[in-house]
Design a binder for this molecule. Structure first.
Ligand code: RIB
Length: 305
């Protein structure tokens, strides 16, 4: 049932503002938090909280932020034995603004995250031996991601690929993905149009399947989630919650999906797990603190079944 996450870890510096700033504008914020984030780390913390033994493979710098994120993430019971302390690069940082509508802007200073290379892939490959799922995102070098995905394929480990932040991908990449989980804007970068509804998402999903993806799962934000593979397709409407901060909701979605897959749940149920996990994440501030726990996910799914 275990999960390996290969990816980024950041310190998130988040300001809560009445509206997102315009160029040249100085804004008065209402509050500020400093919490661990990074798409890889958020996925690892959420997977762990949702019940999967989870190993995170990545890098931090030898600095104060690195020490602090490892201490806090370690307290979440994520296995950090494969995190390298990089002597040449600083810990990744994200500068985030969240407005009153729970929307956000994020600037990433990648630092050590963008130094992941073959040595990190080798560590990931070693700990994948007893894993069911490998989770990947794109805040680390694409080359390293694809090599990690190849290692997973060779070991029969399922690959959940979150193309975030999206960049155009080579054809070979799609063949390595058991699951791809783009949102609307990432879908647009990868297939050339932005899905606005389930019908559009189905067209996009078919393009992903034609490129060799196993299952395409298109996140449509507040409109729900569409999924499709060669055998089945479906739509999961959004769980009803009151969002205050959407940072890392996509990461929580991926973790919910991956944990359900690692437990052998059917696809439709696994997408529900993702949708419920993502919804819960929007109800709390920050990345790591917002990641869902298994009991609250079960409760939400039961209440809104
Ligand atoms: O997906 C949210 C994450 O994106 C934040 O935690 C931030 O660190 C950026 O990586």
């Amino acid at each position: 049932m275990s999960i390996v996450v290969f990816g980024s870890i950041n310190m998130d510096l988040t300001a809560y503002v009445p509206k997102l700033p315009q160029p040249g504008e100085t804004l008065q914020g209402s509050s500020y938090i400093t919490v661990p984030g990074g798409k890889g780390n958020n996925q690892a913390v959420a997977a762990c909280r949702l019940g999967a033994p989870t190993k995170f493979v990545g890098r931090v710098g030898i600095d104060g932020f690195g020490e602090e994120v490892l201490k806090i993430v370690g307290e979440q019971k994520v296995d950090l034995s494969q995190v390298m302390k990089d002597p040449e690069h600083g810990t990744g940082i994200a500068v985030i603004c969240v407005d009153q509508n729970a929307e956000n802007t994020i600037i990433i200073i990648s630092g050590a995250n963008f130094a992941l290379d073959d040595s990190d892939v080798a560590r990931a490959s070693k700990v994948m031996t007893d894993a069911k799922v490998l989770m990947l995102q794109l805040e680390v070098p694409l080359d390293a991601c694809l090599k990690a995905a190849k290692a997973a394929k060779e070991k029969g480990v399922k690959v959940v690929f979150d193309p975030a932040p999206a960049v155009p991908l080579p054809d070979e990449a799609f063949k390595l993905m058991d699951f791809i989980t783009p949102n609307e804007t990432e879908t647009e970068i990868l297939v050339g149009f932005k899905p606005e509804n389930a019908e559009d998402a189905s067209k996009a999903a078919k393009l992903f399947l034609a490129k060799g993806v196993g299952t395409a799962i298109i996140k449509l934000g507040a409109k729900g989630v569409y999924y499709e593979n060669e055998k089945e397709s479906g739509f999961v409407p959004p769980y009803k919650v009151t969002p205050i901060d959407t940072v890392a909701a996509g990461d929580a979605f991926n973790a919910g999906l991956a944990v359900a897959i690692s437990e052998g749940k059917p696809l439709a149920e696994a997408v529900h797990w993702g949708a419920a996990a993502g919804a819960i994440a929007t109800t709390r501030k920050g990345a790591l603190p917002a990641m869902p726990h298994r009991d609250e996910l079960m409760q939400l799914m039961k209440e809104q079944a």
